[in-house]
Write a protein that binds this ligand. Sequence first.
Ligand SMILES: [Zn+2]
Length: 112
Amino acid sequence: MNARKCLQGPATAPRRQRVAPPFGDRPQDRLLPISDEAIALLIDVLRRPKSSRYEVVSSSRPDTNYELTVDGQDVVCSCPGFEYRGKCSHAGKLASALASGGDLPRGMKLLG
Ligand SMILES: [Zn+2]
């Protein structure tokens, strides 16, 4: 028996192994189920231009148009209501339509 072997301890000592937990046992493996529809909607949102403009006819003044600007998740409208309150039905309806992937609200059109 030499000195080196004594430092390693008895030959019968259990060997420790590092074994990664099986897939599914780690916290990062537990992902929520995501539907294909949700992924398609996300892709659609990410593909949109950063900023786009829409036009809507005023319901109270048919000769007046307001312009809506969409920048990311922010929707800004040029109507007096939005300027006063920071929100309006035009911006709310457009945001909902864009979020759901549905048709544009009635009387609203994309300018570019
Ligand atoms: Zn408005």
